[in-house]
Design a protein around this ligand. Structure first.
Ligand code: GDP
Ligand code: MG
Length: 396
């Protein structure tokens, strides 16, 4: 059937229909890499606005108490021999993944600091507020072939807030997570414990528990193209030895990966894992990722530092490699798409952006539960209170 109608007689009334009443195709955004291979877009050097910590009970503190200190084994010594399975499962306190925290901890920080944000009054009203991890997923979308995502978006007092929604697929996979995968997750945190000390001068203590409730988060300001950004990301540790001790350049991201033995294995690592590592650390300006390579028995005996800004070199001449410009151009295009889709300013209204590999980003509209994510305590405090002046006179 011709949706426009083939009956000549009906044509006149249809043509007379006002332009804005014509059926419009639902808006969507394509994700093919070829569409985003322009020059690298503007990305403001990320600056740290502040930080916060989550304790062993997942309670928020507006300070750096959970920050740890990079403390690798001495380079002249025997080298590492970390047993990443040690303490599993008896010394493991995993975070409760059923608790959907959404943007809450970041909003808590923002509520406290909204009156004295750099960028001047009105900066926040133009900004996009989200987690670093959500932006990482946007950056890698043009190359992702496995896992889709959903991002809920609400506009409130001008600001666009983006909060991830666990997809039905992701939830099913999490609930059915195989025991070996659970142990592998533990091993990543155990590696951090072998590499980090609680105080600048001291040594790591691998005898303690691994509690994944504990987190140190940096809050950063940047801008992608015309989009001012305020986002927060969990930071593994700071390097007390680094020449520039100023965040985020002092921060170090720690990763584990399978030991590799063939050029084919290395190539696949560069194509897939380095893309994710690059996207995650480039966004907040973390300059180095330190990898521990584990053998099949779960021991790390070698470390390698990957400077974030050199990661692209490994795939620069690879036809099946990734390109940072594609990642950033797609992210900028998505942010423009979201900004123009979410027109109404209403914290109870949610535009849900959904993506599955092979398709475009699509949109659906919702009100209140279960998708609305800006908490009542945040909306009320932002609505009733005026932003506070600085608590103490500026030291400058
Ligand atoms: P990442 O880049 O994916 O590690 O995520 P972020 O650094 O943006 O983390 C933002 C917040 O989400 C922090 O409080 C993290 O502790 C928390 N977080 C990190 N990964 C997960 C996860 O897989 N599930 C949930 N619910 N929270 C997470
Ligand atoms: Mg890490």
């Amino acid at each position: 059937m011709d949706p426009r109608g083939t009956k000549r007689g009906a044509e006149k009334t249809e043509v007379a229909e006002p332009r804005n009443k014509l059926p419009r195709p639902a808006p969507s955004l394509p994700t093919d890499p070829a569409l985003y291979s322009g020059p690298f877009p503007f990305y403001r050097r990320p600056s740290e606005l502040g930080c916060f910590s989550l304790d062993a009970q997942r309670q928020y503190h507006g300070d750096a108490r959970a920050l740890r200190y990079y403390s690798p084994p001495p380079t002249n010594g025997p080298g590492p021999n970390f047993d990443l399975r040690d303490g599993y499962p008896d010394r493991y306190q995993p975070r409760d993944e059923e608790v959907q925290e959404r943007l809450d901890h970041l909003l808590c920080w923002l509520l406290e600091h909204r009156g004295r944000l750099e960028g001047g009054p009105g900066w926040l009203a133009e900004a996009i507020v989200t987690w670093r991890g959500h932006l990482t997923k946007l950056l890698t979308t043009p190359y992702e072939q496995q896992e889709g995502w959903q991002l809920a978006a609400s506009r409130f007092q001008g600001t666009l807030y983006l909060s991830e929604v666990e997809t039905p697929n992701a939830r099913a996979q999490r609930l059915a997570r195989p025991p070996l995968l659970r142990e592998l997750m533990y091993m990543g945190y155990k590696f951090e414990q072998y590499m980090c000390a609680d105080k600048p001068g001291s040594s790591p203590d691998p005898s303690g528990e691994v509690n994944t409730n504990v987190a140190f988060c940096s809050v950063l300001r940047s801008r992608l193209g015309s989009h001012p950004l305020l986002f927060s990301g969990e930071v593994d540790c700071t390097d007390p030895q680094t020449p520039s001790t100023q965040p985020p350049t002092c921060y170090v991201e720690l990763k584990t990966s399978k030991e590799m033995h063939s050029p084919r294995q290395w190539r696949s690592f560069y194509r897939h894992k380095l893309l994710k590592w690059w996207a995650q650390s480039f966004l907040p300006g973390v300059p180095n990722v330190v990898a521990g390579f584990r053998n099949p028995e779960g021991f790390v005996s070698s470390l390698k530092t990957f400077p974030t800004m050199k990661m692209f070199d490994y795939v620069r001449n690879d036809r099946d490699g990734w390109n940072p410009s594609v990642c950033m151009n797609f992210c900028a295009a998505f942010l423009s798409f979201a900004q123009s889709t979410v027109v109404q300013d209403d914290p109870r209204l949610v535009h849900l952006f959904s993506w599955e590999p092979g398709g475009p980003v699509t949109v659906s509209v919702h009100r209140d539960a279960p998708y609305a994510f800006l908490p009542i305590w945040y909306v009320e405090a932002m609505t009733q209170d005026f932003p506070l002046p600085p608590k103490t006179p500026s030291p400058k």
